[in-house]
Design a binder for this molecule. Structure first.
Ligand SMILES: [Zn+2]
Length: 362
C-alpha cells in the first residue's frame, strides 16, 4: 500500500488546484471515488469559484455514518509542483509549496476507503471542499443537512498522525480606518491632518500579539497615501483577532474601538473600525465519541495520540457549528504554506492506516 499511496500523492500534487479553480482536481477525484464504489455529487460553487464541494457516499454494510473531510485547494505558489522523494521525505522543487496541505489528507481518506471497503464499514460520507485556504468558503457554503453523520474527521492538520485538534478559535477580520485631511505638503502642510501618523500611533500602542493563553491579534496590512507631496488624507490597517472564547473575541473588538477613538481624540482626524466574524470556534469534549474513537484507533495502531487546541480556522469550525462533531487530525506534514513543506513518508502512510481503522466497524 505504501507505494500506491505515494504514487497517488505525486499524481494529485501535480494537478494545479488553486482556491476557486479546483476543477481538474475535482474531476480526478470524482472518478477515483466512483471507482471505489461511491455515489458522488457536487454542490454549487461558492462565489468566485468554478468548482463546488464534492460529497461522496459509500453505503457500507455496518451501522452508523461517519464523515471524512479534506480540502482540494492549496495556498498560492502551488502551481506546477514538481515533487521529489529523498531520505524518507517528500519535498517540492523548492520554488513552490508541496500541497501536502491538503493532498496528504485526500490521499489518507482515499487509501482508507480502498482498504476498509474490503471489510465492513459504516456508511461513509466523504466531503472534499473547495476554497478552504481562501477563508473556508466551501465549508461555509456547505448545506450540512446533506449529511447523515453525527461526527467526523477532518484530515487537515500539520504534525504527526495521532495529533487530534479538538478545539479551534473564533476568528474575526478587523480594520481601522483613519480619515485625515489632504493638503499640499510643501505649500501649506499645517492645513493637513496626516492620517498615516495617527494610524501609526494607534498601532504602536495597541495590545496585540498573544493577548492571553487563548487569544491573539495581529495587524499587518496597511494602505495609505497617494504621493509624498500630499499630506496623507486616509490610512487603513487590516488585521485579525482569534480567541477560543467568544466573550474575549467580542471584548477585543470593543477595546479596538475604544483604543482607536482615544488615540484620535487630541487630533483633527476621524477613525472608524470594523469587525466581521470569519469563522466560529469549536470545542469537542474529550469524552465525545468522536474523540474517544480516534484515540482508541490510534492505540490499536500503536500510535501515540494526544488532543490539542488548534490556533487556526479550518473546515471543522463550520461543520461543528452545524452540529456535526468534528476534530482535525494531524496528517504527517510540516511547514505547510511554505516552500519547505514536507510530509514524512512513514507518517503519511500512517494517516492512511488511521483513516482505514476509523472507517471500519467492529
Ligand atoms: Zn489545509
Amino acid at each position: 500500500m505504501g507505494h500506491r499511496m505515494i504514487e497517488e500523492f505525486l499524481e494529485l500534487v501535480g494537478i494545479d488546484a488553486p482556491s476557486g479553480n479546483e476543477r481538474r482536481m475535482a474531476d480526478a477525484l470524482k472518478s477515483k471515488l466512483v471507482a471505489l464504489g461511491c455515489s458522488v455529487s457536487e454542490t454549487a460553487p461558492p462565489a468566485d469559484g468554478n468548482t463546488g464541494n464534492l460529497l461522496a457516499v459509500y453505503p457500507g454494510t455496518g451501522t452508523g455514518s461517519v464523515l471524512f473531510s479534506a480540502h482540494m485547494d492549496r495556498v498560492p505558489r502551488g502551481l506546477g509542483i514538481r515533487p521529489r522523494i529523498a531520505d524518507g521525505e517528500i519535498t517540492s522543487g523548492g520554488d513552490t509549496i508541496l500541497a501536502a496541505d491538503d493532498v496528504a489528507g485526500i490521499c489518507a481518506i482515499l487509501e482508507g476507503l480502498r482498504q476498509a471497503r474490503t471489510t465492513q464499514t459504516a456508511r461513509l460520507e466523504i466531503l472534499f471542499t473547495v476554497s478552504e485556504e481562501a477563508g473556508l468558503l466551501g465549508s461555509a457554503a456547505f448545506d450540512a443537512s446533506l449529511l447523515q453523520a453525527e461526527y467526523g474527521y477532518v484530515f487537515d492538520s500539520s504534525g504527526p498522525v495521532g495529533r487530534v485538534i479538538q478545539a479551534a478559535p473564533y476568528g474575526a477580520a478587523l480594520s481601522v480606518s483613519v480619515h485625515g485631511l489632504a493638503a499640499h505638503a510643501g505649500n501649506e502642510p499645517e492645513a493637513g491632518v496626516n492620517a498615516l501618523k495617527v494610524l501609526s500611533r494607534i498601532l504602536a500602542t495597541i495590545q496585540d500579539g498573544r493577548l492571553d493563553e487563548e487569544s491573539t491579534a495581529n495587524f499587518s496590512v496597511i494602505r495609505a497615501g497617494e504621493a509624498t507631496n500630499v499630506v496623507c488624507a486616509y490610512a487603513r490597517a487590516d488585521g485579525e483577532v482569534r480567541s477560543h472564547s467568544r466573550e474575549k473575541l467580542d471584548a477585543y473588538i470593543a477595546y479596538l474601538h475604544r483604543h482607536s477613538t482615544a488615540c484620535v481624540e487630541q487630533t483633527k482626524a476621524r477613525v472608524s473600525c470594523t469587525a466581521a466574524l470569519k469563522y466560529p470556534g469549536f470545542l469537542v469534549p474529550t469524552h465525545d465519541p468522536c474523540v474517544e474513537k480516534v484515540l482508541h484507533a490510534c492505540t490499536t495502531l500503536g500510535i501515540r495520540a494526544y488532543t490539542q487546541r488548534g490556533g487556526g480556522g479550518m473546515d471543522a469550525n463550520h461543520l461543528n457549528a452545524r452540529g456535526i462533531s468534528c476534530v482535525g487530525l494531524g496528517t504527517g506534514y510540516y511547514k505547510n504554506h511554505t516552500t519547505e513543506e514536507k510530509p514524512l513518508v512513514d507518517e503519511f502512510l500512517k494517516a492512511g492506516e488511521l483513516a482505514d481503522t476509523l472507517m471500519r466497524t467492529e
